[in-house]
Design a protein around this ligand. Sequence first.
Ligand code: HEM
Length: 468
Amino acid sequence: MSSGATGARARTMPARRALPAVVRDTHRALVEAGNWSGGEVVRIGLGVSRPYLVTDPAHVQEVLQDRAATYPRGDDTALWRSVRKLVGDGILAEGEVWAASRRTLAPLFRPTRVEAMVDAMADSIGTAVDALDAVADAGTTVDIGHELSRIVCASIMRLFFADRIPVDDALRIMAAQETVVTAMAPRLLVPFLPWWFPVPGDRRFHAAVQAIDDILLPVLRAALRDPGAGDDVLSTLARARTADGRPLGEKQLRDDLVAMVGVSTETSYVALTWLWPVLAGQPEVADRLYDEIDRVVAGGPVRAEHLPDLVYTRSVLDELLRLYPAGWILPRRAAADDVLGGVRIPKGATVILSPYVTHRMPRWWGETAESFDPDRFAPGRAGADGRHRYAYYPFGAGMHRCLGEHLFTLEAVLIVATLLSRFRFTLADPRVPDPRVATSLRPARAVRLTVRRVSPSTRRPEPARGVR
Ligand code: HEM
């Protein structure tokens, strides 16, 4: 419906019900609010702020795609304000600056370019995974999130940053980003507080942003002095020109660089961290996954030619992003009065879209919505269940749709197939952790596990070694 039309007032979940639930368990509270709404657009009473929650896939399409101009990211939603403090104005912003960044960066992520890199990516992943041999020998437990961040960095830094950012520096950036996304949490819970009002976490936040700049600015300045002819992110940014032929300003380049280092690493490793507790609780899924990888990769190394046959692996990852979408919340700000699903949305209102909530609602996914079932994504099944296209949107939709979607789908299969062709993992605590409140969907505690090699002859895990 277009703006100017009249609509009804939204039903509101009162603060006395919503607020304690959000403080206790934000993710669960939002899913419950989605179920309570029955798919209608509703307001959630959070005291001073009362955002609109949008869960119907048809409304998601209207906000992110059909009327995206009416629903920009908005500087003043708590999440985007926090993100903007780190990445400034560039690919994660709006308007002209965003459009220029998107035009510059999009060619790097074209499917043909990404596909041409698969074998090189597989080599980098294979080398990074070698380090787990020592862990298997020692029999110690490791934080798989940390291992995955190392593996993802190795695969991305070489191909997208032409090794201009050493993996050790990239890991220091990721540690600082970790501080940034978790230090922002208090602000997500009290979105109405102005930035000048100090909250716990602010000092850590500013120190982490400074640490990221200290690493990246010298690298950026070196690239500006000598952009080279390469088609990596840094060379491409350093050669970029405005519509009237001027180089982009250092501030915009810095913002794009920080954003690209962040989004290309953080979401991917965080998403893959959820896999291990999920497999621990689903032995039959795990066995099918091991069987497929053993059959197709036959001990490794994983190559581009294996990808088309790793069909079940793909379905497992699709299902993983359904229940654990790294980009779990996508806030928008209404730039004009509008009517959405018959409900009036006034100019200036905060509108919350959440793949996490829509993906878990029985209304769109049936009674088993919250159980892990990769067969939902089996070839031939997609669309057969009559679901709306945006019942599943882990990569967003419309003009801001994720640039790295194709890259992630290939990279994730390579990482999982490489790890499981060589190792089996036993979790210290097999329960799936709760998510913590942060800009991306992260486990509330580290996922720690032990590693055993798979015997090349029997394809069974070798006995555990060493002591914890
Ligand atoms: C599990 C992996 C990933 C998930 C779940 C994910 C999810 C998303 C989502 C939901 C958005 C839309 C944000 C919005 O509408 O406000 C987005 C945007 C974006 N993603 Fe990803 N992403 C992933 C990996 C990546 C990777 C690997 C890259 C780059 C190498 C990347 C680059 C981007 C960029 C540049 C944008 C902003 C696009 C724009 O505003 O024009 N993402 N991503």
